[in-house]
Write a protein that binds this ligand. Structure first.
Ligand code: M7G
Length: 317
């Protein structure tokens, strides 16, 4: 059947775009040309982000797009190298669309492929519920669940073994007992310190989370705290008084790591229901060596999180 003129132009347009996409890149960067969107998992006009679920070469994928902050050091380039299109003028007021040169118009893009169902759920906007977990709940409900269901930590081992992100490492203490690797979290584009976000990943492989910590880990925690702060001061000129240093409970990845974010930057997951300040963790372990084995801990879980289902089954919610 003959195609309508419009259809043909559309197809040609698509081909032209695709070729442009392919020819502008060499070496894997054409990745997203074939991405097929299935659904928008969540988006935020305020944060200028969108989380998309789709297919990439027949595999499930999650793509995260995020417009990045405008930096002061790019303003001259932005003003001299852009085109302005007037939108409206009224008295002393006027609004425009500024068409920035490509290098100042980048979108931070994160691709998870192949993405598991758990990844899709992680990025889906959902209602959450606060769970109360006693030490025994942890042993009988949470631990068996995370042993079966948690995300792979292969990416963590790749960092520790220098198989990935080796050139991004900010600081390393190689000691097998108290050592760690400090590097930028993949949420941070490192273009401005305003939203600084690093993670310290411990070399020791048998500590899943806060719950596994006892007083024997105090030297490890103190080492991360002290040396992490020093490395951030040296590399990013940010003093300890400007840092929020904490662990998540529950984390997404059960290999002990510590978050370093800039105070004042509302990093995702820095709220009191999920973040435990490292300084408090150290003090709690100093006053009670088994503090995190015995205390009731509170954390939010999303509506369709399997762990929430387990708490419900056990009549704990
Ligand atoms: P979490 O508390 O286990 O879970 O933190 P969350 O993602 O729910 O906060 C893991 C941290 O590691 C997060 O801040 C992630 O953004 C970060 N992260 C995750 N992955 C898969 C990577 C990665 O491949 N590289 C780096 N540099 N950071 C990652």
């Amino acid at each position: 059947m003959a195609k309508a003129a419009g259809e043909e132009t559309e197809e040609l347009d698509h081909r032209v775009k695709r070729v442009k996409c392919d020819s502008e890149n060499n070496g894997g960067e054409t990745l997203l040309c074939g991405f097929q969107t299935s659904s928008v998992l969540s988006d935020s006009a305020r944060e200028k982000t969108i989380f998309i679920h789709g297919k990439l070469d027949d595999q499930d994928a999650v793509v995260i797009l995020e417009k990045t902050p405008i930096r002061e050091d790019t303003l001259t380039d932005l003003f001299t190298g852009s085109r302005l299109k007037l939108e409206m003028r009224n008295d002393i007021y006027s609004t425009y669309w500024l068409q920035a040169p490509p290098h100042l118009n980048e979108i931070k893009t994160t691709v998870v492929c192949p993405a598991t169902e758990k990844h899709v759920k992680k990025y889906q906007r959902q209602e959450s519920f606060l769970v109360e977990e006693s030490g025994t709940d942890y042993e009988s409900i949470t631990l068996p669940y995370i042993q079966r269901q948690s995300f792979s930590v292969q990416w963590v081992y790749n960092i520790l073994e220098k198989k990935a992100e080796a050139e991004r490492i900010t600081y390393e203490d190689p000691d097998p007992e108290v050592g760690f690797v400090l590097l930028p979290d993949f949420k941070w584009d490192q273009k401005q310190v305003n939203d600084l976000y690093l993670i310290a990943i411990v070399h020791k492989r048998n500590i899943r989370s806060l719950r596994d910590l006892t007083s024997e880990h105090i030297p490890l925690l103190q080492n991360i705290f002290q040396r992490g702060k020093e490395a951030i001061l040296k590399n990013f000129n940010l003093p300890a008084s400007k840092l929020r240093v904490y662990l998540h409970y529950q984390p997404s990845y059960y290999h002990l790591h510590v978050h370093f974010t800039k105070l004042g930057y509302e990093a995702p997951g820095c709220g009191v229901e999920r973040a435990h300040l490292l300084a408090d963790v150290i003090q709690n372990l100093q006053s009670d060596p088994k503090y995190y084995k015995t205390r009731t801990l509170y954390f939010p879980l999303r509506a369709d999180d399997g762990l929430l289902g387990k708490f419900k089954e056990a009549g704990r919610l």
